[in-house]
Design a protein around this ligand. Sequence first.
Ligand SMILES: Nc1ncnc2c1ncn2[C@@H]1O[C@H](COP(=O)(O)OP(=O)(O)OP(=O)(O)O)[C@@H](O)[C@H]1O
Length: 391
Amino acid sequence: MLRDGDVGGRPSSETAPIVAGRGLRRTYRRRDGEEVRAIDGIDVEFGAGEFVVLLGPSGCGKTTLLRCLAGLESPDAGAISLRGSTVFDAEASVDLPPEKRRAGMMFQSYALWPHMTVQDNVAYPLKVRRAGSAEIRARVDEVLRLVGCAAIAEQYPGEISGGQQQRVALARAVVARDDLVLFDEPLSNVDAQLRETLRTELSILQRALGFTAVYVTHDQSEALALADTVIVLNQGRIAQIGPPADIYRHPASAYVARFMGPVNEIPGRLTRREGKDSVTTSLGTFDATRPLPSDLGSDVLLVLRPSELSVGTVGAAGRQVEATIRSLQFQGDYVEVLVTAGQQELLIRDRSDQILQVGQSVLVTLPGVARAVVPDDGLRPTRLPFTDEAA
Ligand SMILES: Nc1ncnc2c1ncn2[C@@H]1O[C@H](COP(=O)(O)OP(=O)(O)OP(=O)(O)O)[C@@H](O)[C@H]1O
């Protein structure tokens, strides 16, 4: 009964992806007349039960893409089909409204209605779809139990905590049991600790109910924690798409590497030894763990995460270089150590309990191989902490 809406031109198919978008483009004209391509030729395909995170800095087009899928925004070009049925096609002038796309939504801007109780808020999407009252009651009870809010069903939003409000909003987004739920930074207004709790709960709920989730965030740790597939956007285009571990360990560009967390970027040149791609840097030559897409002799950056380096572990596997400690910052679980090795600054996450001092000469152990190598874009990160303090 909840699923029999008219959803568009072509018949749905069992094997079709839940979401397929091709050639999506959306241009805005600013007040000053300048055109902004918020999304610029995007192709995507999401399967059943997949958790997809759209990730990138402010203004990269995440929200525009999500709103196009939701039907809240119309692309200028391209086509979108949901479950094999066309819901948008610029050429054929198909553009179904949001209520005909059968997608749950949890958007920052979709706050709970203050004049309705928790259970009425959650029941709303079912009422819009004209579900029967017994069905509504059963669904609302079930989903409020799932998000741990059964006891506050009769309260108004103003009478419950921020965390409870988020859980109720989540309940409202999933109550219709749509196989697609869209999230736009749903946790950005809650404090860090609660955000982690809520994202764990969301992840469990998504696996339990099995819907496809498309989730917008600019928080890379949220993306790594939640996603089956991360799509990193850069100026309206896809910079990289893949499982979180792949994107983190094998970034395709310096842009992606930097966005996924602190990095050491060691400039080098692509070389080959004994038939293997390698990178020659001021700290030595490192064999690549996989063939590199760049040409022999081209300028590249060897990308090393601070946790891949260690301080003072003589005899450890890998390559050791002499360095001087420039700065130390205690972070609880680890100490962030900034060293210089020749002209190269290196940031290290040291998890040992050793006593270190600024100015101390140490051996730093680097991995023996190059796992992440990207074309050198000529930019250098400004995010290394302590850089100003380093002598
Ligand atoms: N209604 C609009 N009118 C003009 N420009 C817009 C409009 N909406 C978005 N833009 C522009 O389109 C680009 C992409 O915006 P979008 O909101 O999709 O980015 P985002 O990655 O979601 O950013 P944020 O994380 O800040 O929400 C930005 O340059 C933005 O300024």
